[in-house]
Design a protein around this ligand. Structure first.
Ligand code: UT7
Length: 331
């Protein structure tokens, strides 16, 4: 019997309407469009506005579009994995909320927290569920409402992050396409450089945590940059080497969109030209779990069946990894 592979059979993205430009940020903190563009490559980001709007609402939009595109009935979906660091609530899982809002009444689900590598962790987990034969329709969502945990008086973080979401459908195939290989890594000692101090069991919310602004993203940018630039490039090169893929074999690099300079370093290390690199950081900023599926969604029409695609990410945890997939369809 031939091996079952997990293929992405559809993708849908969603970004909220409101756009926060660098010019707007110039009025909020001591920064300039020029600094943000040169140091990060970001010129605007989308922000989810409105009372009662949460990460699940973006996921719902993406999943509804995905079901339509893939001609899937809500009751056919068996599992939903929501990769996020900005769940609607500490519990229940955002996946439960999403299943309820979309009417995925036969699905079970869970949230997966791996920061900017969340989508890679989720895609690998979903793949195993398909390969094992346990499930035939799995949705993996990367969604973050970063504006909920960003301090808009801190110029070192507020210029970087945006809100957004992408969702993929995973289905089994006996063809040699889909997710072919995956390398995932983590190093918890990196947590000191990028984390949210309060709101968990270590420091539950209190007047003191609020006064100290401990419910926002804390990042030591320079240190994170140093680890990101090396590890993301190394793991992308490693997945190519162990699968005997040359730069010519690679049709697309889909990097996590944290900083244009980290993306360029990864592409250089792989020997892949800039024409093969998906970059939309300029318009969306860093949407954490959302960056990679948002790229795939935007480039969907250019992707051809059989294309070798390398996904690579680095983020808080530290977590990082790379996935090699063979694109499964022409749209
Ligand atoms: O996706 C999750 C993983 N995260 C990452 O991969 C992020 C990795 N880190 C980075 O992308 C970069 O470190 C940042 C974009 C966060 C910062 O860029 P940088 O080139 O590393 O800047 P820096 O932190 O070394 O700061 C350089 C200077 C500092 O001023 P002094 O101390 O030299 O006077 C900062 O205070 O730039 C200042 N600065 C700013 N100036 C204008 C920091 N943020 C801003 C700002 N506007 N928004």
């Amino acid at each position: 019997m031939s091996k079952i592979h997990a293929a992405i059979t559809g993708i849908q993205g969603y970004v909220p309407d409101y756009i926060l430009t660098n010019k707007e940020l110039e009025k909020m903190v001591d920064t300039t469009d020029e600094w943000i563009m040169t140091r990060t490559g970001i010129s605007q980001r989308h922000i989810l506005k409105g009372e009662g709007k949460a990460t699940s609402d973006m996921a719902v939009e993406a999943i509804k579009g995905l079901l339509k595109k893939t001609n899937t009935k809500p009751e056919e979906v068996e599992l939903v994995i929501v990769c996020t660091v900005t769940p609607d609530m500490v519990f229940p899982a955002t996946a439960n909320i999403v299943c309820d809002k979309v009417g995925l009444k036969n699905a079970w689900g869970f949230d997966l927290s791996a920061a900017c590598s969340g989508f890679l962790y989720g895609l690998t987990t979903g793949t195993r569920m398909i390969e094992s034969g346990a499930h035939k329709k799995v949705i993996v969502v990367g969604a973050d409402k970063m504006s909920a945990i960003v301090d808009y008086t801190d110029r070192t973080t507020c210029v970087i992050f945006g809100d957004g979401c992408g969702a993929v459908m995973l289905e089994p195939t006996e063809e040699s396409i889909g997710v072919m290989d995956s390398i995932l890594r983590s190093d918890g000692s990196g947590r000191e450089f990028l984390h949210q101090k309060a709101g968990g069991s270590l420091r539950p919310a209190s007047h003191e945590t609020i006064d100290n602004k401990e419910h926002f993203v804390y990042q030591e940018g320079k240190s994170v940059f140093k680890f990101a630039v090396t590890n993301m490039a190394d793991v992308a090169a490693e997945i190519m080497e162990r699968n005997n893929l040359t730069a010519d074999d690679v049709a697309w690099l889909v990097p996590h969109q944290a900083n244009k300079r980290i993306i360029d370093a990864t592409a250089n290390r792989m020997g892949v030209g800039s024409d093969k690199v998906m970059i939309n950081i300029e318009r969306y900023g860093n949407t954490t779990s959302g960056t990679i599926p948002l790229c795939l969604w935007e480039w969907e029409k250019q992707l051809k069946k059989g294309d070798n695609v390398i996904l690579a990410a680095f983020g808080g945890g530290f977590t990082w990894g790379a996935i090699w997939l063979k694109w499964a369809y022409n749209s």
